[in-house]
Design a binder for this molecule. Structure first.
Ligand SMILES: *Cc1c(COP(=O)(O)O)cnc(C)c1O
Length: 406
C-alpha cells in the first residue's frame, strides 16, 4: 500500500512506518476504511489544484467547465444511490456537513433534541465542547437502562415539551436500528425538522443492509470514509424543499472553495457503492460484528444492548478488571487497534471509560470472515489478560501479523 515516491526522506520514513503499522496490525475500528484504489487515484489528480468556489454553472473562478461536470457527476450518482432529490457533495467533513444543517434550520439559541453523547450520540449533537452545545440549546434523549435501546416515549415527551427546531437521530456508538418512521411521526407532531446523522449508517443503507433514513428524514448527513470506502469528507442528502437553504448553508456560510479532488473521489465512491461487491462487503461487516460480539460475550465481555445491527458494537470490559483506556492500551500492545469508549451508564470518568468500541470494515477488507471472528475474540481476550509490553503481547503481535500476511 505505498503511494507515489516521495522526495522528502523524513516524511517518506513516517509514511513507511504507517504502512507497516497498518499491514501488521488488526484494525478493529468502527469509523475507518482504506479508500479504494480508484478513490486514491482521484484524490491525487490535478483537480486538487482547482479553485471552484460556488456551484456548477455559478462559480467565482474561471476555468471551471470540467470540474462543473465532475461535481454534477458526483451529485447525480449520490442522488441515484440514496434515492434522494437533493445532494450537496461539498462538505469537507461529516462535522462540517452537520454545521451546515444547523445553519440551514436553526438560529443561535434554538432548542435541538438529540441522543445523549454518553448513550451513543456525537459531539456535534449538542456537546458543550462543540459549537453545537455552545451556540444552540441542546436537549438530550437517552436509551433505557433495561434494554439499552432508544426510549421513544421519552423522546416524544421531550419533543412535545420543548418544541425543538431540529430532532437529530444517529450517533457514533449506538449500534441498533433506529425507527425512522416513529421519528418522522414525532417530528411531524412537534413541527420539527428531522435530521438523521448517517455518518455510520450511510454505507449500510446504500448497500441495502439496513433501511434507509432518506425517505423519512428532512435531511441526512454522512461521512464518505466510514463504511463507505470514499475520501475523508462529508455529504448532505435532503428533500427538494430544502435545496435553497442547504446550498447557501454549505457555501458561503460554512465553507469557501470545495476540494474538487475529493468531490471526484466521492463520485468514484458513489459508483463503487452501488456494486454487488460493495453490498457483499457491507453485509459481511455486520455479520462479522455480530459474530465477534457473540464470541466476546461467551468470554466474559458484555455487549451493550446485547448485540448489534451494524458494523460495530460496544463491549463492556469491566468484567475482565480493566478500564476502557487500559483495554485500548493492552490491545494496541498486542497489535489490535480499537477505540476506548464509555458505557451508557458508566461509573468510570469519560477519560477512562469501561468499554471498547470495535468495528469490522477493515477486518473484512483484510480478508477475514465470520468464522475468523472466533480467533479474533480469542486474541482480544488473551490481549486483555496480559500487561502492556508483555511477552504474551509480543507473541500475539507475531500471530496476528502472520495471519494478516503482513
Ligand atoms: C464520524 C461522525 C461524524 C463526522 O465526523 P467527521 O470526522 O467530521 O467526518 C458526525 N456524526 C457522527 C455520528 C459520526 O459518527
Amino acid at each position: 500500500m505505498s503511494g507515489p515516491p516521495l522526495s522528502d526522506p523524513e516524511l517518506a520514513e513516517l509514511l513507511g512506518r504507517e504502512s507497516r503499522r497498518r499491514e501488521s496490525t488488526l484494525q478493529l475500528l468502527a469509523s475507518e476504511t482504506p479508500a479504494s484504489p480508484a478513490v486514491r487515484a482521484a484524490l491525487t489528480s490535478d483537480l486538487g489544484a482547482k479553485y471552484a468556489e460556488g456551484y456548477p454553472g455559478a462559480r467565482y473562478h474561471g476555468g471551471c467547465d470540467v470540474v462543473d461536470d465532475v461535481e454534477r457527476l458526483a451529485v447525480d450518482r449520490a442522488a441515484e444511490l440514496f434515492g434522494a432529490e437533493y445532494v450537496n457533495v461539498q462538505s469537507l467533513s461529516g462535522s462540517a456537513a452537520n454545521l451546515a444543517v444547523y445553519a440551514a434550520f436553526a438560529q443561535p439559541g434554538d432548542p435541538v433534541l438529540a441522543l445523549r453523547l454518553q448513550h451513543g450520540g456525537h459531539q456535534t449533537h449538542g456537546s458543550r465542547a462543540n459549537f453545537s452545545g455552545r451556540w444552540f440549546a441542546p436537549i438530550h434523549y437517552g436509551i433505557r437502562a433495561a434494554d439499552e435501546r432508544i426510549d421513544y416515549d421519552e423522546l416524544r415527551d421531550l419533543a412535545l415539551l420543548h418544541r425543538p427546531r431540529i430532532i437529530v437521530a444517529g450517533g457514533a456508538a449506538y449500534s441498533r436500528l433506529i425507527d425512522f418512521a416513529a421519528l418522522r411521526e414525532i417530528a411531524d407532531d412537534a413541527e420539527a425538522i428531522l435530521w438523521v446523522d448517517a455518518a455510520h449508517l450511510a454505507g449500510l443503507a446504500a448497500a441495502g443492509v439496513i433501511g434507509s433514513p432518506v425517505p423519512y428524514a428532512d435531511v441526512v448527513t454522512l461521512s464518505t470514509h466510514k463504511v463507505l470506502q470514499g475520501p475523508r469528507g462529508g455529504m448532505i442528502v435532503a428533500s427538494e424543499a430544502h435545496r435553497a437553504v442547504l446550498q447557501k448553508a454549505v457555501h458561503p456560510f460554512v465553507q469557501g472553495g470545495p476540494a474538487m479532488n475529493s468531490i471526484a473521489a466521492k463520485a468514484v465512491c458513489m459508483r463503487e457503492s452501488g456494486t454487488e461487491r460493495f453490498a457483499e462487503y457491507a453485509a459481511a461487516t455486520v455479520a462479522c460484528a455480530q459474530r465477534l460480539g457473540d464470541e466476546l460475550a461467551t468470554r466474559g465481555l458484555r455487549i451493550v444492548s446485547g448485540g448489534t445491527d451494524l458494523h460495530f458494537a460496544v463491549a463492556d470490559v469491566s468484567g475482565l478488571d480493566v478500564t476502557g483506556a487500559e483495554a485500548q492500551r493492552r490491545l494496541d500492545s498486542a497489535g489490535i487497534v480499537v477505540d476506548r469508549t464509555v458505557l451508557p451508564f458508566d461509573p468510570q470518568p469519560v477519560t477512562e471509560g469501561s468499554a471498547i468500541r470495535f468495528g469490522t470494515p477493515c477486518a473484512v477488507l483484510a480478508g477475514l470472515g465470520r468464522d475468523d471472528m472466533v480467533t479474533v475474540a480469542e486474541w482480544i481476550v488473551r490481549a486483555l489478560e496480559a500487561e502492556v509490553g508483555s511477552t504474551q503481547h509480543a507473541e500475539l503481535r507475531r500471530e496476528i501479523r502472520l495471519r494478516l500476511g503482513g
